[in-house]
Write a protein that binds this ligand. Structure first.
Ligand code: PRP
Ligand code: URA
Length: 208
């Protein structure tokens, strides 16, 4: 399995609270946003820098700035929306595309229903975000759509992954690096991650 687990103590602590069935919608949403921000910090660790000359109050000096790499964040609706603000808080120049995919509850197959990308998506590096990587069907469908639009450099950021989903994404999109806060044990008979955190969309939006 090719996957990078971000095991920073702050992320692991917040994830444990999120998993707890007694954590309510407000806290769930706030913590998910905070984790997304911390994970974005890790994912962007290798962004290229360049030097410019600046004037400090004391003197002029050479200083490092991002070298203009263009990024786009693509949340998978609905639950991916819960991670957008955390990412854009530290990457404010990132554009945001949207992919609508839901899992058919019977077949667990992905159903695509929405797609809107920045017009220059082909020139951007992409971070796909979705808290849950279960069978991998939704992520594979989303990445298929993104690649069809011309983007090439794609990373996936999720919160909890099942080994089954990681393998599927590795197999179908071996060029996509997966970042997650946890790889859990397995999927249950209904395609839910065990131990997981339940239905991420329902917990973010309070729909159940
Ligand atoms: C959830 C989750 C992922 C998908 C993961 O979305 O946010 O997108 O399931 O499952 P998979 O890896 O087996 O495809 P869901 O289909 O519940 O839609 P929602 O976010 O609109 O609630
Ligand atoms: N989608 C979720 O929201 N949770 C899971 O455990 C699996 C898919």
């Amino acid at each position: 399995m090719q996957v990078r687990v971000i095991d920073h103590p702050l992320i692991q602590h917040k994830l444990s609270i999120i998993r707890d069935v007694n954590t309510g919608t407000k806290e769930f949403r706030e913590l998910l946003e905070e984790i997304a921000m911390l994970m974005a910090y890790e994912i962007t660790r290798n962004l290229p820098l360049e030097e410019i000359e600046i004037q400090t109050p004391v003197t002029t000096c050479r200083a490092k700035v991002l070298s203009g790499k263009k990024l786009a964040v693509v949340p998978i609706l609905r639950a991916g929306l819960g991670m957008v603000n955390g990412v854009t808080r530290i990457i404010p120049a990132a554009r945001v595309g949207h992919v609508g995919v839901y899992r058919d509850p019977e077949t667990l197959n992905p159903v695509e229903y929405y797609c809107k990308f920045p017009t220059d998506i082909a020139e951007r590096d992409i971070i796909v975000i979705d808290p849950m990587l279960a069978t991998g069907g939704s992520v594979v469908a989303a990445i298929d759509m993104i690649k069809r639009s011309g983007a090439k450099n794609i990373k996936l950021m999720c919160l909890v992954a099942a080994p089954e989903g990681v393998r599927v994404v590795n197999d179908r999109h071996p060029d996509v690096e997966i970042y997650t806060a946890a790889v859990d044990e397995r999927l249950n008979d209904h395609g839910y991650i065990v131990p997981g955190l339940g239905d991420a969309g329902d917990r973010i939006f309070g729909t159940k």
